[in-house]
Structure formats: structure tokens, C-alpha cells
Design a protein around this ligand. Structure first.
Ligand code: MG
Length: 350
């Protein structure tokens, strides 16, 4: 039976404008992919992340390429064959959308949720952390931290303020006073080597669980320099922006204690599972994260969350107009749907 592919805009509106070291966002223009085979529809999503230099036009041009149409029009049971037939992509974003949709179709064809097909135990999924963006209004910031700490055991504080590491440090102190929840921080590549060396030992004193992407994406030498200068009991350092696809894992061995895998960065579930095996072989810890994405991409990532140490899958909570339902939260516990494939359904079909 023939498969057709549709590509549609997926505009995601954030509940509150989201401030990272890259700037402030209030809407994201992602793309929705539908693979139709007879009556069945499989879903995929391409995040379009402006700070990675990607554009909606370029992602759409790839997804509507006749060679892509040809590659997806294959036996739904032959997942790898369809993935291997895809033409080279301009970036990981459209590739991830097709990988997710083809996995959804494969699982539906076999009649089971993906995590069941892979024999993964949902009770192994770590609680998701919840992200607290930067805010210059200190009282409002404390209140957001306090409220989030009532529900989530682990809060991820976004740091890397243009005002410097001292301002970041004050933010962490304020958060520490506002909640008893565990704290981790993400500098989003916003510090230089000196700032990282100054703040990381202090973060350790406040029992920060880990520090994510302290340095610019390509400064691997900096990781070495900073590690050498840190006290032995420093919090684990996780790489996020420095980790893209499978080939970026090996160069980080010995530099990063852990990696943050995101389907949008690596190109989907198949490379993500490969990266998990590779990172484990290097003794690294693993976090699974997401971009500003709907329940499609977040539910896809949650399918492999039983394999990781930390889950950072709160994006669908940050969005005001998520058109889909998939993974849900019970407190801070991710609950995977038992429907076949990804198990996501449009809200209208509830
Ligand atoms: Mg990050």
C-alpha cells in the first residue's frame, strides 16, 4: 500500500517567554510530518532551532524532496531499509522527523508501543526535571522555583547570563533558598573558561547535581583545561551543545562525565540508541532531552528514557497549544501511552 507524506507548519506558543543565553523566545515554528498508509497516519516532528542556524524553508525543502517520498514508500515492517534509503539531509532536524515518523509507523504495524518492542521497562524512567528559564525579577524567579519544587524533584536552572557568572551565582543561591528540590544547572555554552572555573566549585558547595554545557560548543580543549583546574569532587559535567550525532561522542570521552542526547540533534531514535550504547561503553552518564517541541517529539524521546540516568522532557509542559497527546506526567513521573508506535494522538481525537 502506498505511503504519502504531508508536511505542515507546527507553530508552538510558549506559556511564558523563555530566556536562555541565546535570547528570548515566545514562539517556535516547527514542522509536522504525517505519513499516511491507507487509513493509518504516523507522526513525526522537526524542531527548527534558530540558534543552530536552521530555517523552516530548508527543513521543508528536504521533507518534500521526491527522493524522501520514494524512501518512505516502503514496507512499514522494514524500518532500517526506509531509514537507509533517505537522501543526505541538510541537518539532523528533518532527519529526526522522518526517523520518528518511520518508527511510529513500524510500531503501529507490529501492534506494540516502541518501548515494548525494545523490551524497555517503563518503571526505569527517571523523573523528569523541570526547566527554570532566567528572569531578572528576583522575587518572581524565587516564586517560580518554589512552585516548581513542589512538584518536581529536580529543577534545571538555565544560566549563562550576559551579566556574567556572578549574576548566575546569585540566581542559584536564590533558587537554593527557595526550594528543597535538587538543582542542576545548564549554562547553554554561556561561560568562558575563567567563568566556568570560578563558578563550578561554588555550585558543588550547593550540591548542584550536575553542570550542563559550561563552555562554548567547539571548545573541547577548554573542557580539558577547566577539568584540570577543578577540585576532585566537582559536580559531573554534561555536554549538550557539544554533542550532536553519533560521531561527537568519542571526542568527549574523558572530558564530559555525561552527554545530553536529543533526537533533534542526532537525527532520531536510531542514532540516539546507538549513542546510548557508545556512551555507556565510555562510562558516561546519559540524559535524554528535547528542544521546544510538541508531544510528538517528546513522546518519541520518552520511549528510550528507560535507558538513561536523567530525563529532561518537560517541553510539552512549556507549550500553550500542544496539538497532540502522548506521554503524560504523574507528578514528575513520565507515563508512556500503551498505544502502538509512539502512541500519540491528536487532541481532537480524544
Ligand atoms: Mg542544555
Amino acid at each position: 500500500m502506498a505511503t504519502t507524506i504531508d508536511v505542515e507548519p507546527l507553530s508552538l506558543v510558549l506559556r511564558t517567554p523563555f530566556t536562555l543565553s541565546y535570547g528570548t523566545t515566545d514562539v517556535r515554528e516547527n514542522l509536522l510530518v504525517r505519513l499516511r498508509t491507507g487509513d493509518h497516519v504516523a507522526f513525526g516532528e522537526a524542531a527548527v532551532v534558530p540558534y543552530y542556524g536552521e530555517t523552516t524553508e530548508r527543513v521543508r525543502a528536504y521533507l518534500t524532496d521526491p527522493r524522501v517520498r520514494e524512501a518512505v514508500d516502503r514496507d512499514p515492517a522494514q524500518l532500517d531499509e526506509a531509514l537507509d534509503a533517505l537522501p543526505p539531509a541538510p541537518s539532523s532536524f528533518p532527519r529526526a522527523a522522518l526517523d520518528i515518523a518511520l518508527h511510529d509507523r513500524w510500531g503501529a504495524h507490529l501492534g506494540k508501543p516502541l518501548f515494548r518492542l525494545w523490551n524497555l521497562k517503563p518503571d526505569r524512567i527517571p523523573p523528569t526535571s523541570f526547566t527554570i528559564a532566567m528572569d531578572d525579577d528576583e522575587a518572581a524567579y524565587r516564586e517560580r522555583v518554589r512552585a516548581a519544587g513542589e512538584r518536581f524533584r529536580l529543577l534545571k536552572l538555565k544560566l549563562g547570563s550576559p551579566a556574567g557568572w556572578e549574576s548566575d551565582w546569585r540566581r542559584v543561591q536564590a533558587a537554593r533558598e527557595a526550594t528543597d528540590a535538587a538543582l542542576c544547572v545548564d549554562a547553554n555554552a554561556g561561560w568562558d573558561r575563567e567563568a566556568a572555573q570560578a563558578i563550578i566549585p561554588r555550585l558543588g558547595e550547593l550540591d548542584v547535581v550536575f553542570v550542563e554545557q559550561p563552555l562554548p560548543r567547539d571548545d573541547l580543549e577548554g573542557w580539558q583545561v577547566v577539568r584540570r583546574a577543578l577540585p576532585a569532587n566537582h559536580p559531573p559535567l554534561f555536554a549538550d551543545e557539544s554533542v550532536q550525532g553519533v560521531s561527537s561522542v568519542a571526542p568527549l570521552a574523558g572530558l564530559a562525565d555525561g552527554i545530553n542526547i536529543k533526537l533533534a540533534k542526532c537525527g532520531g531514535l536510531r542514532p540516539a540508541r546507538h549513542m546510548i550504547r557508545l556512551a555507556r561503553a565510555y562510562g558516561m552518564q546519559i540524559m535524554i532531552g528535547c528542544m521546544v517541541e510538541s508531544s510528538i517529539a517528546v513522546t518519541a524521546a520518552a520511549q528510550i528514557a528507560p535507558l538513561v540516568d536523567y530525563a529532561d522532557l518537560d517541553a510539552n509542559l512549556l507549550i500553550a497549544n500542544d496539538p497532540f497527546e502522548g506521554v503524560t506526567l504523574d507528578g514528575d513521573r513520565l507515563v508512556l501511552p500503551e498505544r502502538p508506535g509512539l502512541g500519540v494522538v491528536p487532541h481532537a481525537a480524544q
